[in-house]
Ligand binder design. Structure first.
Ligand SMILES: C[S@@+](CC[C@H](N)C(=O)[O-])C[C@H]1O[C@@H](n2cnc3c(N)ncnc32)[C@H](O)[C@@H]1O
Length: 394
């Protein structure tokens, strides 16, 4: 069976833990149908246009896959036989290259690497039997990247249309020690409910990820526009004309904005990295970066939004990091009146020392670290920040 023989087919976009509802909302806005949330993934239906748009426009997706076969497996033999049943010639030519990624959570298989190897063997055996030749492997940039996912005895084989993770937007030349993943940064902006207008500040901006994602959002700039290459561009079914139309449309839909994006960091070298990333993103007209201590920050008086990601202080003495978070709270109270302030940190204890009442709380994963993302409404005369207290999302 060829999944592409139908005008509409099943698609799965993967994401980080906890971001499934954001991804589902993005997919709805994109025009996808039959949207269902899973653990770290959202499945839906769409045509080629939706598939290409997913890669170009989704800010919270990591990869976009097209499942080509689903079957039950309880051992190596079933796996090999089922894989040989797939009509591989539909998706891959003998002179093309392939790579296989695998994710396995099953008592029937111990090693995901081994499953990937067996999958590759089944595919190349199929070609060798028919043509006496086989496609070769290219693990970095294959023409066709295949993904095999086994959960208990359920196996799904998919084509990875993204090719590499979508968080690699193409604007990060260099990074400081703790850059935020681009997908996480985009999620923070969506969770904050910001409307894209006014003043946007990140006074501990590091490599500038939050500012860049915020500016891309405010300017309606597709997050995938800077990416040089996608997996689907070397597929047999690639529609180059449609892809070009969607990219042209995305370029045209970039909007001018009056929003001011202001970033700063206390480390000079880090601000140089941020400036370079901002330039690569083509946002140097929009985002201003300076080398400044947060303590010296004088934000514009009209107010706006702050989204910041201070150091978590894993290697610092507890008293020191708690005092640092207290000083952040004191500074906010003193000089950030009229601002909504969102802080992301994995250090829950230190966050209590900010000393402001939260009006919204989320749990967000920064890689393996469980973080809290708290909102504070800073207004004149407030002793403990302000706003009403909302329950955590978890
Ligand atoms: C966790 S990193 C931020 C990473 C950033 N979100 C990114 O994506 O690259 C924290 C940053 O805060 C900066 N920083 C720490 N203390 C600061 C202070 N008192 N004033 C300004 N920046 C500070 C550090 O130099 C570091 O770059």
């Amino acid at each position: 069976m060829n999944v592409f023989s139908k005008p509409v087919f099943a698609i799965t976009a993967t994401t980080q833990q906890g971001l499934e509802p954001l991804l589902a909302a993005e997919l709805k806005a994109l025009g996808a149908t039959h949207i269902t949330q899973h653990n770290r993934a959202v499945s839906y239906q769409g045509n080629w246009e939706i598939l290409y748009r997913s890669n170009l426009w989704l800010r919270t997706a990591l990869r976009v896959m097209v499942p080509i076969a689903r079957f039950k497996v309880t051992g190596e033999r079933d796996l090999y036989e089922e894989l040989r049943r797939i009509n591989w010639e539909t998706y891959l030519k003998v002179d093309q290259t392939l790579a296989v990624d695998s994710i396995v959570k099953s008592d029937f298989f111990n090693h995901s690497q081994y499953v990937a190897l067996k999958t590759k063997d089944a595919i190349v055996d199929e070609f060798r039997d028919k043509y006496g030749k086989r496609p070769s492997v290219d693990i970095t940039w294959p023409d066709v990247r295949i993904n095999i996912h086994i959960f208990k005895d359920d196996c799904t084989v998919s084509l990875d249309s993204s090719g590499e993770s979508l968080h690699r937007r193409g604007y990060r030349a260099d990074a400081n020690l703790a850059p935020l993943n681009e997908v996480t940064a985009a999620a923070l902006i969506q969770l904050s409910g910001w409307d894209g207008k006014g003043i946007f500040l990140d006074p501990m901006c590091g490599s500038g990820t939050i500012l860049i994602e915020a500016a891309m959002f405010a300017k309606n700039m597709a997050p995938g526009l800077l990416k040089k290459r996608y997996g689907f561009e070397t597929w047999n079914h690639f529609d180059a004309a449609l892809w070009q139309t969607l990219k042209d449309e995305a370029y045209k839909s970039i909007q001018e904005t009056d929003t001011k994006f202001i970033g700063s960091d206390k480390v000079f070298k880090v601000t140089e990295i941020a400036r370079n990333n901002v330039m690569l993103a083509g946002l140097d007209e929009d985002i201003r970066i300076s080398n400044k201590q947060f303590e010296e920050q004088k934000p514009p008086a009209e107010g706006g939004i702050v989204i910041m990601n201070p150091p978590y202080g894993e290697r610092l003495p507890v008293a020191e990091i708690n005092a640092f978070y207290k000083s952040i709270g004191d500074k906010l109270k003193k000089d950030f009146q009229g601002y909504k302030v969102w802080i992301l940190s994995s250090n829950k204890e230190a966050m209590k020392h900010i000393g402001l009442a939260t009006y919204k709380k989320y749990t967000v994963w920064n890689g393996p670290l469980e973080c809290k993302f708290h909102a504070y409404d800073i207004y004149a005369g407030s002793k403990k920040g302000g706003g009403k207290y909302d329950e955590d999302n978890k």
